[in-house]
Ligand binder design. Structure first.
Ligand code: ADP
Ligand code: ADP
Length: 225
C-alpha cells in the first residue's frame, strides 16, 4: 500500500473556488516529498485533504497511516503558553490517555531527538523561534507517526536557523529509515533551495486550479554539522 494515493482529487470551497484540479498522486512509504509552488496553488489544501481535515469534492485520498499515525506541523508553533515544554510535547499522549509513566520517557526521547533534552522545564516564551519550532516537531514525533505533514514549518525563521532545522529534520528522517520504521514526509515550502536540500522528491505545483506541473527527484547533500 502506498503511503498516499490520490485519484482525480478535486476540492471546491463553499465560495466556488476550485482549489485543486483532478490530482493523481502516488507517494511511497518512506519518501520525503517537498511540495513547492507559489501562494494559492493548493499546497495547504492538499495537505488538509491528506490529513482528513477536508473532504474531497471529487475523487479520493487513500492513506496507509491511520489517523493516529499522522502528525501535522503548522507554520506557527501553536504551543500552550501556560504549560512547560515537556507538558506541551506530552499533550497528544495525554489526549490518547497514555499513562504518565509511559509518556514521560517518550517525551524525553522526543525532546532529545530535536536537541532540546534539557529544555523540558522551560516555558515557550523563554525560547527562541527556532527552539519553539523544535518543540512543535517533538510534539509531532512523540506519537511515533508514520506520516508527517509539514506546512511551511520553518517559513517564519531566519535562513540560518532554517537551514539548521532542515538538516536536523533530514537526519531524523534518515534515522527512522535505518531503524526500519520509515517516516513519510510531505513538506510544503515556497523555497526552491529548501525543497532541493531537504527532500528526495520535489512536486512543483501551479495555481488556478492547483495541479502538479513537475515531479522531480532531488539529490540532497548529506547532512553535516
Ligand atoms: P497554498 O497553500 O499553495 O498557498 P491554498 O491551498 O491555501 O494554497 O489555496 C488554494 C486556493 O484555494 C487559493 O486560490 C485560495 O485562495 C483558495 N482557498 C484556500 N482556502 C480557502 C477557503 N477556506 N475558502 C475559499 N477559498 C480558499
Ligand atoms: P536553534 O536553531 O537551535 O533553535 P537558535 O538560533 O534559536 O537555535 O538559538 C541558539 C541558542 O541560543 C539556543 O540553543 C538557545 O540556547 C539560545 N537562545 C536563543 N534565543 C533564546 C531565547 N530567546 N531564550 C533563551 N535562549 C535562547
Amino acid at each position: 500500500l502506498p503511503a498516499i494515493e490520490t485519484t482525480g482529487l478535486q476540492l471546491r470551497y463553499p465560495n466556488g473556488t476550485q482549489a485543486l484540479a483532478a490530482l493523481n498522486l502516488h507517494v511511497a512509504e518512506g519518501e520525503f516529498v517537498a511540495l513547492l509552488g507559489p501562494s494559492g496553488c493548493g499546497k495547504s489544501t492538499l495537505l488538509n485533504l491528506v490529513a482528513g481535515l477536508l473532504q474531497p469534492s471529487q475523487g479520493q485520498v487513500r492513506r496507509a497511516a491511520s489517523e493516529a499515525d499522522v502528525s501535522y506541523v503548522f507554520q506557527a508553533p501553536t504551543l500552550m503558553p501556560w504549560a512547560n515544554v515537556a507538558a506541551n510535547v506530552r499533550l497528544p499522549l495525554d489526549l490518547a490517555r497514555v499513562p504518565r509513566h509511559e509518556a514521560e520517557p517518550r517525551v524525553q526521547q522526543a525532546l532529545a531527538a530535536v536537541g532540546l533534552g534539557d529544555a523540558g522545564a522551560r516555558h515557550p516564551h523563554e525560547l527562541s523561534g527556532g527552539m519553539q519550532m523544535r518543540v512543535s516537531i517533538a510534539r509531532a514525533l512523540v506519537t511515533r507517526p508514520r506520516l508527517l505533514l509539514m506546512d511551511e514549518p520553518f517559513g517564519a525563521l531566519d535562513e540560518i536557523t532554517r537551514h539548521k532545522l532542515d538538516t536536523d529534520l533530514r537526519t531524523l528522517w534518515q534515522q527512522q529509515a535505518s531503524s526500519g520504521q520509515p517516516l513519510t514526509v510531505l513538506f510544503v515550502t515556497h523555497s526552491l533551495a529548501e525543497a532541493a536540500f531537504v527532500a528526495n522528491r520535489v512536486l512543483v505545483m501551479a495555481p488556478k486550479p492547483g495541479r502538479v506541473v513537475a515531479d522531480v527527484p532531488a539529490c540532497p547533500e548529506q547532512p553535516r554539522d
